[in-house]
Design a protein around this ligand. Sequence first.
Ligand SMILES: [Fe+2]
Ligand SMILES: [Fe+2]
Length: 189
Amino acid sequence: MKEPDILLEEINQDIKRTLSEKRYIHSLGVMNKAEELAKQYHINVDKAKIVGLAHDIAKEMPKEEKIAYVKNHDIEIDEIEKINIELLHAKIGADICKNKYQFSQDMQDAIRYHTTGSPEMDDLAKIILIADKTEAGRKNINQEEIKELEQKGLEQEVVALLDRSIIYTIKKGGLIHPDSVYTRNRFFM
Ligand SMILES: [Fe+2]
Ligand SMILES: [Fe+2]
């Protein structure tokens, strides 16, 4: 992997060109929030920033391209991902970052787990999931609520944020990915 600053700039240029302005700004927000959390929890700050910036790199890939990508790269997809193609941006993003930027395994996993969570997630993955759901630009959660969640510590904040996502998905009549339930149960106290 390249020097952190060089890699950050390379990813920045790539996503600035390929993502919508809204998603690009979200990516910068996740990078900044991940940096803040990494400092707070003594996690590698360079990795947190790089993964935060890159986490949605595949988000806006058209549906047909996502389907073609997983086929061409032998990426296994589960029953829920077959129906909710959008979810694939996590696995595809991890694969792109492995091939294009030589991300280490923990960095790839943090991207892979950022939407659904995973019982296997380490601290880097936890802060990326939290940063994705609480970055400053998010409109569906206010700063008061975030402050309250931050009192809970890393794992219980992940549980609380997954609860919110699960409730939101049920309300809009969507499918719950089993990994979100497994993760919630794994870390729930
Ligand atoms: Fe995402
Ligand atoms: Fe995101």
